[in-house]
Design a protein around this ligand. Structure first.
Ligand code: KG4
Ligand code: ZN
Length: 346
């Protein structure tokens, strides 16, 4: 008798390969991560100072089956037992995306399971649901990664309104470029985060860009140029550069803008919940700054653990679960869409 009223558990096998991480995960009921396998290619790409698309695709092909097998094994499940297969189909590097999409299609066909294509950014946003069991839309989310800087109103599961975006470089891209300029190597974000702790964030005043016609848009290329100009002028004057001060002052300039825009948005939209997502969201000073400003204004602040901020498949499993509930199903003609827009369904 009891069983008829109990909801069936839903298990999603998720696959992510949009950039330089080959990842697979099993997620139960959209909020419980049973496995989260990530094979990172960072060491390979460090040699070249950034992600080399061709190398990324080849490495994904080598790793994907192994990563999927491990994800199932760690979750104690077989392919037969999962309810659906979710996969990132955009945006990202086309060759890299294709590896995950092809693997997902093959598995869905072989096991006769529903196939669900997931937007990568939707995944990043959904990472917040993993550890914050009480979090429900609506809320405002700042997505800051190597390829994206979006300010998004999450109206409901799978329903988004992008209110701000970068006009040029993504936040993570600015971190990576400045890190390279001060000789820290790739990926720059975590290195700047660490070095900043030894520097003075007020040592050098770098610009905080305002975008004329949209208060929520970002621009980071002027800041990046200002850092490069500062480094050049020090070199010309024969002055030694305090790298920790440069890192801390640059980081403060990025954070000031992100916090100002984020708080402004959550207040203007009359919401009291704010979340951050994406690789840059693992930045310790960024988290501390949002924590402080949100607490001051009685806004609940949410962020995923660092492992769920950078690329992973668990976040794709979470987003895939809510798509599954909505009845979203893709056919075997699902393709990689490198410039897929948030909210767009193909
Ligand atoms: O989300 P992600 O793994 O990949 C994309 O979808 O782009 O983000 C990677 C980006 C890189 O630019 C990296 O430098 C940045 O996130 N990042 C950080 C930190 N950890 C990673 N940026 C600032 N502080 C960090 N601690
Ligand atoms: Zn990402």
């Amino acid at each position: 008798m009891m069983e008829s009223t109990q909801k069936k558990d839903i298990y999603i096998l998720a696959i992510e390969s949009s950039c330089d991480e080959t990842a697979a995960s099993v997620v139960k009921n959209g909020r419980e991560v049973l496995s989260n396998i990530i094979s990172s290619q960072i060491d390979l790409h460090t040699l070249y100072g950034g992600v080399v698309p061709e190398i990324a695709s080849r490495k994904h092909i080598e790793k994907i089956n192994q990563v999927i097998e491990q994800a199932l094994e760690q979750a104690g499940m077989t392919l037969k037992e999962v309810d659906a297969i979710a996969v990132t189909y955009g945006p990202g590097l086309v060759g890299a995306l294709l590896v995950g999409v092809s693997a997902a299609k093959a598995l869905a066909f072989a096991a006769q399971k529903p196939l669900i294509g997931v937007h990568h950014i939707e995944g990043h946003i959904s990472a917040n649901f993993i550890e914050n069991k009480e979090l429900e839309p609506p809320f405002v989310c700042l997505v800051v990664s190597g390829g994206h800087s979006h300010l998004v109103v999450v109206k409901d599961y799978g329903e988004y309104e992008i209110i701000g975006r970068t006009r040029d470089d993504a936040a993570g891209e600015a971190f990576d470029k400045v890190a390279r300029a001060i000789g820290l190597g790739y990926p720059g974000g975590p290195k700047i985060d660490k070095l900043s702790k030894e520097g003075n964030p007020d040592a050098i005043h770098f610009p905080r860009a305002k975008v004329e016609d949209n208060a929520y848009d970002f621009s980071f290329s002027g800041l990046k140029s200002a850092v490069l100009n500062y480094l050049n002028s020090c070199q010309m004057k024969g002055e030694t550069v305090n790298r920790a001060d440069v890192a801390a002052s640059f980081q403060k300039a990025v954070i000031d803008v992100l916090v100002e825009h984020g708080i402004h948005a959550v207040q203007q939209y009359g919401l009291n919940k704010f979340a951050i997502a994406g690789g840059v969201a693992s930045n310790s000073s960024l988290r501390a700054a949002f924590e402080k400003e949100c607490t001051k204004r009685n806004i609940a602040f949410y962020h995923p653990s660092p492992i769920f901020c950078t690329d992973n498949a668990a976040m794709i499993g979470v987003a895939g679960y809510y798509e599954y509930l909505k009845g979203v199903r893709h056919g075997y003609d699902l393709n990689a869409v490198p410039n897929l827009r948030l909210g767009e369904r193909i």
